[in-house]
Design a protein around this ligand. Structure first.
Ligand SMILES: NC(=O)c1ccc[n+]([C@@H]2O[C@H](COP(=O)([O-])OP(=O)(O)OC[C@H]3O[C@@H](n4cnc5c(N)ncnc54)[C@H](OP(=O)(O)O)[C@@H]3O)[C@@H](O)[C@H]2O)c1
Length: 217
C-alpha cells in the first residue's frame, strides 16, 4: 500500500515512516508542513508532500494522489491552546477524512486517545482535547471509510516490547502506559489486518504480541 502519514514528523509518525520504509508491502509518503522537514525526509529516501492541516480540503486532497491508506498521527500538542486543538485534532482530522473520501482513499487508521469514547474517562484538566478526539472518531466511524481507531494510553519513549493489551474498552488495570514504538508497530500491522477493519479499541502495554492481539478483537 502507498500510505500517507499525517504527522509524519512527530514522535510516533517518524517511527511509522521508518517501519513502512523497511517493509516489503508498503511505501510511506510523509505529510509535513515545513520545507526543512521535506529535506530531512528526502535525505532518508522518503517521498513527502508539503501541506498544513490548517489548509483547505482541496489542498489536502492533493496529498492523496496515488494513496491507498492514511495513518493520522498528528496532534496540536500540549504547548498550544485549545484553538489549535479544535483546528488540528478535530477539524484537521475531519478535513483529512473528507479529502480521503473525495479521492477514494478508503483505508484510514486514526491515532485517538485512551478513553476518548467514554466521557467518564476524560481527564478534567484536558477535557477539550478529549472532546476533539471523541468527535473526530465519531466522524470517522460514520464516514464510510474503512477505519481503525487506535486509542493508546499514556505514551512513553521506552523501548518497544512488541506486546500490548488491546481491548474494545479497557476499564481496569495498573498499567496505562505504552511505548510510542509499540503504537507505531501496531499502526503498521493494522493497515492490512482485516480483523481490525471498522474497529475501535484501547491499547496499553501488555503481554500479547501485536499480531495476536489484533486477531482477537
Ligand atoms: N501524549 C500522549 O500521552 C498521548 C496519548 C494518547 C494519544 N496521543 C496522540 O498521539 C498522537 C501522536 O503523538 P506524538 O507523541 O507522536 O505527537 P507529536 O510528536 O507532538 O507529533 C504530532 C505531529 O503533528 C504535526 N502537526 C501539528 N500541527 C500540524 C499542522 N497544522 N499541520 C501538519 N502537521 C501538524 C506536528 O508537526 P511538526 O513536527 O511540524 O510540529 C507533529 O509532527 C497525537 O494524535 C496525540 O493526540 C497522545
Amino acid at each position: 500500500m502507498n500510505v500517507l502519514i499525517v504527522g509524519a514528523n512527530g514522535q510516533i509518525g517518524t517511527q511509522v515512516v521508518d517501519l513502512l520504509k523497511d517493509s516489503d508491502k508498503h511505501t510511506p509518503v510523509a505529510m509535513v508542513r515545513k520545507e526543512e522537514q521535506v529535506e530531512e525526509f528526502k535525505e532518508k529516501g522518503v517521498q513527502t508532500v508539503l501541506v498544513d492541516l490548517e489548509s483547505s480540503v482541496e489542498e489536502l486532497e492533493s496529498a492523496m494522489d496515488n494513496m491507498d491508506a492514511v495513518v493520522f498521527t498528528a496532534g496540536s500538542g500540549g504547548s498550544t491552546g485549545y484553538d489549535k486543538t479544535l483546528l488540528i485534532d478535530l477539524d484537521g482530522a475531519v478535513k483529512v477524512m473528507e479529502a480521503a473520501k473525495a479521492k477514494g482513499v478508503d483505508r484510514f487508521v486514526m491515532v485517538s486517545a485512551f478513553g476518548a469514547d467514554n466521557r467518564d474517562y476524560w481527564n478534567e484538566s484536558i477535557k477539550p482535547y478529549y472532546v476533539a478526539k471523541h468527535y473526530a472518531d465519531l466522524y470517522l466511524e460514520g464516514s464510510g471509510l474503512t477505519y481503525t481507531i487506535v486509542r493508546p494510553g499514556a505514551l512513553t519513549n521506552d523501548e518497544g516490547t512488541g506486546k500490548v493489551r488491546l481491548e474494545e474498552a479497557i476499564r481496569s488495570g495498573d498499567n496505562f502506559d505504552i511505548p510510542r514504538a509499540d503504537v507505531a508497530r501496531l499502526l503498521v500491522e493494522t493497515l492490512d489486518t482485516e480483523a481490525a477493519y471498522n474497529k475501535a479499541f484501547d491499547v496499553v502495554g501488555g503481554d500479547t504480541s501485536i499480531k495476536e492481539a489484533l486477531k482477537s478483537i
